[in-house]
Design a protein around this ligand. Structure first.
Ligand code: B12
Ligand code: SF4
Length: 461
């Protein structure tokens, strides 16, 4: 599913609001991004080029794809055709700013919330002022990485959405089953050992009021968007915040179909599920990762298998289709724990629901998982060398065995998928066809039917 470049649209909109002349180039559907960039630069000479970099790689241990490599020719073209200051921003940049700056040779990187920093940066550049003390930027000076901490975030987050029609060709996204992203809060206070999200949004919660969320949903529906996805790090934490949003949305006629793939089993109960049903949720995802206590402890999830089983019971009493998300091969994983998780999935995930099994965990510099990987002798690369994807698999489980064990479960359960399934090239055509047939997001609700249909034409996806 192509993801709408919401962050880039927000940055562009704020810069335009501040009085700058902004051109926006969406490379998502360009056959040749390089030619598109060259064409754009032939038309005009910008003073600043901002690049929004979302994904470093595809997080796929089996067929890794290193997307950042594709930036290099674009950077070369920009440098060749202009003298513009090149600024990197986006989620990938917050995760590995030093490594990305070194790899691409960009002038600056903006980490964390982009809008205030980028506007401050443009203001200083326009006034020929020094950037050295500007909060939220990083750069390389005489081979040394320099970084200024992000500006102190305010306590609240004001939920908002850019005017997408002004920046991107919305139809291209809509007819590929894309949902519109919306955040009800920023931050996450959990401490999962592998996670980078706190680096992006911080560990302190910044909440939007339920009224602001409702107004933003109205704005989106008035722009013609019906399928809205809450892209919070964890939607149902803090519990009372999510509950009040769902209750309010249940009381008003907004006309949107909602979903969130980031639900924590700790906070799933009948009350929130009922509120979500009334609010108009058409799908939800629970990031359980495992059903084994040892693995959950190794991942630092802050919940145990009892919570996982309890969440399954609650979900089965309600109507919202659920995607169960697992991460196989983490710390403390053994053959026994893999079997434990698969037994849970086979027994407790009903035919209406689906399960996704990711194999191996991408290791990022600065995480506990990085330290553990070094202690266990599994990682000797320097942080710089970790820009190209590296993965953790518990030394107590054989990778090939794990892969084939999950495949065996998938061959019996047609509602199970793995990393190979979501990376399969046929999926974009499936999205397209499904849309034409009148199906609407989330497409994973139809996993069983799609896998069966593909099997009939000889594709075991
Ligand atoms: C929700 C989400 C998803 C959803 C998206 C649903 C949807 N409808 O949009 C789904 C599940 C589909 C998804 C899929 C994937 N995701 Co994802 N996802 C996220 C998540 C949790 C939130 C993204 C979001 O919308 N944020 C809100 C917007 C407003 O923020 P933003 O885009 O980052 O923009 C801000 C700043 O970055 C900055 N900014 C952005 N652009 C620019 C440009 C300039 C010039 C400047 C100055 C600043 C700037 O300012 C913006 C506003 O403050 C992030 C984690 C996170 N907390 O960020 C991971 C994250 C972005 N995903 C990630 C990955 C890897 C993926 C997948 C590749 C996983 C996979 N194997 O399938 C796919 C790729 C999908 C695709 N086509 O791109 C990584 C990317 C970095 C990395 N590690 O490589 C992240 C960071 C998580 C992680 N593991 O670290 N994802
Ligand atoms: S709950 Fe999710 S976002 Fe929060 S630390 Fe854990 S993995 Fe990261």
């Amino acid at each position: 599913m192509p993801v709408i470049p919401v962050g880039a649209c927000m940055i562009a909109e704020e810069a335009e609001r501040a009085g700058h002349a902004v051109r926006f180039l969406d490379l998502m559907f360009e056959r040749s991004p390089l030619k598109a960039v060259e064409r754009e630069l032939d038309r005009q000479t910008p003073d600043v080029v901002g690049l929004s970099v979302r994904n470093i790689d595809n997080n796929d241990i089996q067929s890794p794809s290193f997307y950042v490599k594709e930036l290099v020719p674009l950077m070369d073209a920009i440098r060749h055709k202009t003298r513009a200051v090149i600024v990197l921003g986006g989620a990938a940049v917050s995760v590995m700013p030093e490594e990305l700056l070194r790899y691409t040779g960009a002038s600056l990187a903006v980490t964390g919330d982009g809008e205030p920093v980028f506007n401050g940066l443009l203001e200083r550049l326009s006034g020929d002022l020094s950037l050295r003390d500007l909060p939220g930027i990083s750069w390389i000076e005489k081979d040394e990485f320099k970084t200024n901490a992000s500006p102190c975030p305010s306590d609240n987050y004001h939920c908002r959405t850019p005017d997408f029609h002004h920046w991107i060709d919305v139809r291209n996204y809509r007819n590929r089953m894309t949902t519109v992203p919306l955040q009800t809060k920023l931050g996450c206070h959990f401490k999962c050992t592998y996670c980078t999200y706190r680096k992006i949004e911080g560990s302190k919660y910044r909440l939007s009021s339920p009224e602001e969320v409702a107004n933003t949903i109205f704005r989106l529906t008035s722009m013609g968007f019906q399928h809205i996805e809450f892209v919070d790090n964890v939607f149902n934490s803090p519990y009372t915040h999510a509950l009040s949003i769902c209750k309010l949305l249940g009381e008003i006629k907004h006309g949107a179909s909602l979903q969130s793939l980031e639900m924590n089993p700790l906070f799933i109960d009948d009350e929130i599920m009922t509120a979500m049903e009334k609010a108009g949720f058409s799908g939800m995802g629970v990031t359980v990762e495992s059903a084994s206590d040892d693995v959950l402890a190794g991942l630092g999830k802050g919940f145990n298998s009892e919570h996982v089983y309890r969440a399954a019971e609650v979900v089965s009493r309600h109507k919202i289709p659920c995607m169960w998300i697992f991460m196989m091969g983490g710390p403390n994983e053994t053959e026994e724990t893999v079997n434990e998780t698969l037994r849970f999935a086979e027994k407790h995930i009903g035919p209406r629901d689906a399960a996704f099994f990711g194999l191996g965990i991408r290791i990022y510099p600065g995480t506990e998982l990085e330290s553990l990987s070094r202690q266990q002798g599994l990682l000797s690369l320097s942080p710089r060398e970790m820009l190209e994807p590296v993965f953790y698999i518990s030394p107590a489980v054989d990778h090939t065995w794990l892969r084939s064990r999950v495949k065996t479960a998938m061959s019996r359960q047609m509602n199970f998928i793995n990393t190979d399934s979501i990376g399969h090239p046929i999926l974009s055509s499936v999205n397209h066809i499904a849309y034409r047939l009148g199906l609407r997001p989330p497409l994973w609700r139809h996993t069983r039917v799609i896998r069966r249909a593909l099997r009939l034409i000889g594709m075991d996806v």
